[in-house]
Design a binder for this molecule. Structure first.
Ligand SMILES: [Fe+2]
Length: 291
């Protein structure tokens, strides 16, 4: 169910200098499965789709593109018209991703490449897995957070769910999930991609797998105020942060006004005011010099 031109979050594509280590993290720590290898790309998924995460073999670590699924073909064409009206640069007239029927990509504000598409192939998992249900959201740190929020509302029909402080952070949705895209004012980097688990027990199991691998959670489990999800985080091989979460607020009331939090209102954790100082220093930039 969605009201606007974007039906749901599609995928995140990450360029990485060590694709084998990235795939090992995604399969052995997070529990995704490899669905297809095409050229320099490794496609992975949690749900029954062709991909929700793509690693691109590269000489740099950075975000290749952010994939969003349009409601239908007409919505795809409407978005294309809006993108052209904004004089944004179209980098591909067709979907870059394998396994999707139609799409295009363009460079949005601050160099982030968005890929909009319809018709992703099914890929049915028949193996039991400890992995998450599905890809859920991204969190990135624009330098102009208001400009990015306005762009997402104006061009892609995202709505505002929660606001933090005085133009500090915006949580935005394209369907009932409280946020598909979270924006926190920062230095222009991508912070995390997030995956929905069935229960908080899965977050404990993630901690156990990290421990066995000599790694660790960098934060959590915590109960976020904004979005209400219980979340835990680690850093993957590419340098991006990965979130596993459960119990995210679902918004079915279109008239629900945005919730406003003061900057010091414990919006980051209802259970404790502690925040590791290093948490927001992780992340990777967009790679606009592709491949
Ligand atoms: Fe998140």
């Amino acid at each position: 169910m969605s009201w606007g031109l974007i039906r749901e979050m599609g995928h995140v594509a990450i360029q990485t200098t060590d694709v084998d280590a990235a795939v090992a993290d995604a399969t052995q720590l997070l529990g995704l499965r490899v669905t297809e290898r095409t050229g320099n790309d490794v496609n992975l998924a949690a749900g029954n789709v062709h991909h929700e995460l793509v690693y691109v073999d590269s000489n740099v670590n950075g975000i290749h593109s952010l994939g969003l699924i349009a409601r239908d073909g007409e919505a795809l064409r409407t978005i294309r018209k809006r993108v052209e009206a904004e004089n944004l640069h179209i980098v591909s007239d067709k979907a870059y991703s394998a396994g999707v029927q139609d799409g295009f990509s363009f460079i949005g504000p601050e160099g982030w490449i968005f890929e909009i598409y319809v018709g992703m192939q099914e890929n049915i998992s028949r193996e039991p897995t400890f992995g998450p249900n599905r890809y859920g959201h991204i969190n990135f740190h624009p330098q102009d957070v208001v400009g990015m929020k306005n762009f997402l509302e104006r061009v892609l029909d995202f709505r505002l769910s929660d606001v933090i402080g005085d133009d500090f952070a915006y949580f935005m949705r394209c369907n009932p999930d409280h946020h598909g895209i979270a924006l926190i004012a920062g230095r222009g980097t991508f912070h995390h991609h997030a995956w929905e688990a069935q229960s908080i027990a899965d977050l404990g199991k993630l901690g156990d797998r990290l421990h066995l691998a000599g790694r660790e959670l960098i934060w959590g489990p915590v109960r976020h105020g904004a979005g209400h999800n219980i979340a835990a985080y680690y850093v993957e091989a590419s340098g991006a942060v990965v979130e596993l979460y459960t119990d995210l607020e679902q918004i079915y009331d279109d008239a629900r006004p945005p919730i406003k939090w003061g900057a010091d209102d414990n919006w980051w954790n209802m259970w404790s005011s502690f925040r590791p100082d290093s948490f927001r220093t992780f992340g990777i930039p967009p790679v606009t010099n592709r491949r």
